[in-house]
Design a protein around this ligand. Structure first.
Ligand SMILES: [Zn+2]
Length: 60
């Protein structure tokens, strides 16, 4: 069973999507693409803590 997830900011339903996350490290901008995330119709993006951690590790 899949749990429905609502945007905590606006209450809209969100859908599974993939986004880009931008980081700046020592003045260099790094973009990580295809990060799994949930996006609401109003453009709010949410990444799981677990996913964010993996991306952070990747950037390190
Ligand atoms: Zn929203």
């Amino acid at each position: 069973m899949k749990k429905q997830f609502k945007c905590p900011e606006c209450g809209a339903l969100v859908r599974e999507s993939q986004i880009e996350m931008k980081y700046e490290i020592k003045g260099t901008e790094i973009t990580v693409q295809n990060v799994p995330a949930r996006v609401c119709k109003n453009g709010h993006e949410f990444v799981d803590g677990y996913t964010a951690e993996n991306v952070n590790r990747l950037v390190d």
